[in-house]
Design a protein around this ligand. Structure first.
Ligand SMILES: C[S@@+](CC[C@H](N)C(=O)[O-])C[C@H]1O[C@@H](n2cnc3c(N)ncnc32)[C@H](O)[C@@H]1O
Length: 186
């Protein structure tokens, strides 16, 4: 019955994003979420997919080619720079998959400062009723610092403007991932 965290993250986005909208994958990695978003928004929508690592951009490009997707812009840069790439454009939703790229250099991780800068930029562009969904992995070195700063930032968001949800399994061992979702109310 209860959805796992990745399934629940996708469910939330599927429920809130409409066909034809522009959306963001802030950490494209191997492209799984990028493909998912590309499918939801359809041929008239668009996905902006960011990653710091060339390896991640190459891997996502390969996935897009094999699935013949043309509605994605791949951006090899930090998501902290989102505001430089996307201006005056309404965004239907966004996903972050925090942590490191699986089977890759574990020292290249998402960090609270850039994650929060990116969330701030997206919230200014997000449609009313839109969601920013974060899948928080924090078992690795540096993960707990990011989790702590991120929660502190989200706790101070004004409840008149945003709903903030936390979803996860509290009886799992070894720092299980959880979801944070921010809904823009007005
Ligand atoms: C857990 S992986 C993402 C997995 C991906 N969503 C997928 O479906 O395969 C996290 C990714 O965040 C990237 N990353 C780390 N810091 C970043 C930043 N400041 N801006 C953009 N991407 C970043 C890493 O290079 C890594 O590929």
């Amino acid at each position: 019955m209860l959805k796992g965290v990745l399934n629940y993250a996708h469910y939330l986005l599927e429920e809130s994003i409409e066909k034809g909208e522009k959306v963001i994958d802030a950490t494209c990695g191997n492209g799984n979420d990028t493909l998912f978003l590309s499918n939801i928004v359809g041929e008239h929508g668009h996905v902006y997919a960011f990653d710091l690592q060339e390896q991640a951009i190459a891997s996502t490009r390969k996935a897009l080619i094999s699935y013949q997707r043309t509605n994605v812009s791949l951006i090899h840069d930090s998501h902290a720079q989102i505001g430089d790439y996307i201006k005056k454009t309404e965004i239907g939703g966004a996903i972050f998959n925090l942590g490191y790229l699986p089977k890759s250099d574990k020292s290249i991780i998402t960090k609270a400062e850039s994650t929060v800068t990116a969330i701030d930029s997206i919230l200014t562009l997000l449609k009313k009723g839109g969601l920013v969904v974060l899948v928080v992995y924090y078992g690795h070195k540096g993960g707990k610092d990011e989790k702590k700063s991120l929660l502190a930032y989200l706790l101070q968001l004004d409840q008149k403007e945003y709903n903030v949800l936390r979803y996860g399994f509290i009886n799992q061992k070894n720092d299980p991932p959880f979801i944070l979702a921010i809904e823009k109310k007005i």
